[in-house]
Each structure stands twice: as structure tokens, then as C-alpha cells.
Design a protein around this ligand. Structure first.
Ligand code: G3P
Ligand code: MG
Length: 469
């Protein structure tokens, strides 16, 4: 006898849930699963997900006809266990949380390519209980989509770019607006400079060149560069204008309007040479030398006082952690090397002027908070919450006192949201090696916890959130 719905007596619709490998019976109002026979209202009458369709269209009716549903389960090809962050329904009586979390990635959720214990469980819990969170990392060098895909695979949870901020994401705000760089010439670099070009173009910058483009066009600018043949030749593009040469009109020469360090450069020597050439130039025209340099009558002794390009750094971290027993240099080490050479060039008369992004800087925390607020609004509204209340508190979970903790402690939210900082011992800061001596002033965290799971438990307890994480 064909099973039917106890309420409407209409025949059940059947489909396989590949993930749970369970035959799902649904009808016009209710849904029953063979595993729990529990009642859930969420997916009434929605078509079964694409990959189950394929199987159920072929197998389910046959299985039911032959009463072989259990056999079908055995046949199902297990789909990868990535659990999707689909929309939850508000649990009755559960007020939308007025708090949220912000997660650093390296040293908190991942060690380079490996997920840290408790990371996936913690994020899945926050999702299942509709507690908003955002990823706020100083790493970069890949487009947000690519990073989010990798993170989802490493943690086995599907994330989106809607709550993901990496070191150069806030550079998007430099494309348009009064000092917009959309149609200016921007020089970008990173571990893979040509990849950084792709990202910058995706952000909307139209004239993007790399140090490799210049070196391939003018190898004499840095003779004997080993990377010339091995790295640059294959990815370099022709320069939009020739390099200036004596007698050539300035307006016909290559002019750089901004330098963007989007990720950790690899060719420090050539790039420090190139960037200091540009900072000594007239108006960013490479190959020229400003006659204001070193002029004591001018501000900053005339250094960087002649229309030279601004230098944007997306991350000032000196260290980050990998599986190597000692901490590794981050983009901040390159910045210090660059600033050191500049100080030598200017005879210490002038410190390198630069635009600093990434944690701990306010511009990045405010960018992340704006994105978190929008993500929270969208998520809770989609869930059917209409009374949202304001986002009152954010818990920043990080492994680096200089960036994660100092940034959250110093962040002054334009909405009055209170940011707390939770330091974990799974990354840059190591209690055995560093102890507490560095955790003073704005490096003093609100709390110290062993790992991300404990950090979130601490935050939830602090909120009086009944949980069984
Ligand atoms: O600066 C290195 C960078 O990889 C750190 O990343 O996620 O710890 O901010 P994160
Ligand atoms: Mg970190």
C-alpha cells in the first residue's frame, strides 16, 4: 500500500537526501524523514536538491515500488561532507543575538593548509544557532572567492564572501570616490604579483601594472634578476607608456599614481629598488629625480613632496605561523626592510610616508564592521526576524597581540558597538615563549583562551547564551 500523509492523506513525495542518505517523504504541508520521522517545516514543497533529484528520479520510485528503500540508500554515492550554511528558521522565542564574532584565520582556524581542532565545529555551531560572524584576516594574494572556497574545503563548511575580509579587501573602497584610482595607473605587488593584478582589476582598477612588467620591458633597471626569465617573462604585460628618457615629454612617459602592496612580496631587492626610485621621482614618472628631495626648506626635507605615488600596505604583520617550528615573516618584514632602506636614502631626515591597512588599523576594522552589520541584517531578515535590535558587541578572536588584539581594543565603532578581544594560544602568541610580558596596554586581551572553541565558549558564556558547544 502506498504510504500517505496522516493529515492530508495525499500521497507522499519521496526523495533521497544525499548528504544524510535518507529517504525523505514530503507532502503539501509536512515533511517526514525515515531516520527521525521528525517534523521540520523549512523545506515544504521545495524541489529536492539537484544531486538528489538525479538519484531519486531514477531510483526512489523504483525502490518504493519494490519496497527496496534501504537498498537504494546503500547504492547512493556519498557526496563530500561540506555542510551548507543554508538559511535557518528562527527558533521560537529565540531573540536575534545582539552580539557577533570576528575570526582571524591563520593561527586561529588554520595552520597554513590544515584546519585547527574545534574550528569547524565552532563555526558550524554559530551557524546552526544563527549567531553572525565574520572572517577578518591579514592574509591575501588570492581573490576572496578563491580563499572562501579553500576555507570551506579545509573546514568542511560552506562559507560565502559576504562575511569575508582579507588584507586587501578594503582596497575596493579606493576605486571610486573623490580620490578614486579607477583610471589611474596602479603598481601592485604580492607573492604572485600577476595574481594581485587580476584581483585589483576585479576590484575595478583599470590600469594595473606589476614590477615584472617594468623589469621585462627594462631589464637594465635591475640587472641579473633571477626571476626575470623564470617568473616575470611569462606573466608580464607591455607597459601602457614607455619609461621616461632624457628629452622625452613627461606626459608621454609612464607615470605611477599609487603603489599597492597587496600581499607578501617575493622579490624584495628589485621591488625596494623600484619603489624607492618612484618615491624619489618627480610626479611618479619613473626614471626622473625630484629636485625637491632633501631640500631642508621644504616639509619633510622635500621628501615625498613632489606628487610621488602613495604607498598602500595591506598588512603590517611581522610574523605569521606555519608548520615550521619558528614563526615566519609576514608582509610587515618587507615593509620594515623598505622603510629601513628609505631612511638610509633620506639620511634619516624623513620617515617613509605610507597608507596602512589591515589589522590593527581602524580603516580595516570599520570596513569589517560595516560588512558584519550588513551580513547580520541580511541573515536575520532572511530568517524572518523583523525585530533585529542593534549589534551591540563583537568578540574578535585572534592569535596576534599586535594586530588582532590591539586592533579590536583600539577600534572605536562609529555605531558604538563594543569590540572585545580574545587571544588564543594556537598561533603567533605562545605562552611558553612570550608569557604575559607583551600583553600590556592595547595588547592586553579581554580574555585568553586555549583555542577557538574555548574562545567562543567564553564569548557565549559572557553573553549568558545557553549553549552546549
Ligand atoms: O600576515 C600573515 C597573515 O597570513 C596573517 O593572517 O589570518 O592571522 O590575519 P591572519
Ligand atoms: Mg592570525
Amino acid at each position: 500500500m502506498m504510504a500517505s500523509c496522516p493529515r492530508s492523506w495525499s500521497p507522499f513525495r519521496r526523495h533521497f537526501d544525499m548528504r544524510s542518505r535518507v529517504l525523505i517523504l514530503s507532502c503539501c504541508r509536512q515533511q517526514y524523514s525515515t531516520r527521525t520521522m521528525s517534523i521540520s517545516t523549512a523545506r515544504l514543497c521545495k524541489p529536492p536538491p539537484r544531486n538528489t533529484m538525479r538519484l531519486s528520479r531514477v531510483w526512489a520510485p523504483l525502490a518504493t515500488l519494490l519496497g527496496l528503500s534501504s537498498v537504494v540508500r546503500g547504492l547512493a554515492v556519498p557526496a563530500p561532507q561540506i555542510r551548507s550554511l543554508s538559511i535557518n528558521r528562527p527558533k521560537p522565542g529565540l531573540e536575534p543575538p545582539e552580539f557577533a564574532f570576528a575570526f582571524d584565520i591563520d593561527g586561529v582556524l588554520l595552520h597554513e593548509k590544515k584546519a585547527l581542532p574545534g574550528a569547524a565545529q565552532t563555526l558550524q555551531y554559530l551557524h546552526d544557532h544563527s549567531i553572525p560572524f565574520i572572517f577578518l584576516t591579514n592574509s591575501g594574494g588570492k581573490h576572496e572567492h578563491e580563499r572562501v572556497k579553500e576555507l570551506s574545503e579545509k573546514l568542511g563548511v560552506n562559507f560565502t564572501v559576504d562575511n569575508f575580509v582579507q588584507s586587501h579587501t578594503p582596497f575596493k573602497a579606493l576605486v571610486h570616490g573623490e580620490h578614486g584610482l579607477e583610471n589611474k595607473t596602479v603598481l601592485v605587488t604580492g607573492a604572485d604579483a600577476s595574481k594581485c593584478r587580476d584581483i585589483a582589476e576585479e576590484y575595478g582598477f583599470r590600469n594595473v601594472i606589476t614590477p615584472g612588467d617594468i623589469l621585462v620591458a627594462h631589464p637594465e633597471a635591475w640587472p641579473f634578476d633571477a626571476l626575470l626569465d623564470t617568473v616575470y617573462k611569462d606573466v608580464a604585460r607591455p607597459l601602457p607608456k614607455p619609461l621616461w628618457a632624457p628629452g622625452q615629454p613627461l606626459e608621454d612617459s609612464l607615470k605611477i599614481d599609487a603603489i599597492m602592496v597587496m600581499h607578501d612580496p617575493r622579490d624584495w631587492a628589485w621591488e625596494i629598488q623600484l619603489f624607492t626610485d618612484l618615491l624619489q621621482s618627480h610626479d611618479g614618472i619613473l626614471g626622473t629625480y625630484s629636485d625637491r628631495n632633501g631640500d631642508p626648506d621644504l616639509p619633510n626635507h622635500g621628501w615625498q613632496q613632489d606628487g610621488q605615488p602613495k604607498v598602500y600596505f595591506s598588512n603590517s604583520d611581522l610574523y605569521w605561523v606555519t608548520d615550521f617550528p619558528l614563526r615566519r615573516f609576514g608582509q610587515g618584514a618587507f615593509q620594515h626592510a623598505f622603510a629601513g632602506v628609505w631612511e638610509r636614502i633620506t639620511g634619516g631626515e624623513h620617515e617613509l610616508e605610507r597608507e596602512l591597512y589591515g589589522k590593527p588599523y581602524g580603516v580595516t576594522y570599520q570596513y569589517a564592521e560595516d560588512m558584519l552589520r550588513k551580513f547580520r541584517l541580511d541573515m536575520l531578515t532572511n530568517m524572518g526576524h523583523d525585530e533585529l535590535g542593534d549589534l551591540k558587541r563583537v568578540y574578535m578572536v585572534g592569535d596576534n597581540p599586535d594586530s588582532d588584539i590591539a586592533g579590536a581594543n583600539n577600534h572605536v565603532s562609529k555605531y558604538g558597538t563594543k569590540w572585545s578581544s580574545i587571544l588564543v594560544g594556537t598561533g603567533v602568541w605562545n605562552e611558553q615563549r612570550d608569557g604575559m610580558r607583551k600583553l600590556i596596554g592595547d595588547r592586553e586581551p579581554t580574555a585568553i583562551q586555549a583555542n577557538v572553541l574555548e574562545a567562543v565558549r567564553w564569548g557565549l558564556d559572557n553573553e549568558g547564551w545557553k549553549h552546549h558547544l
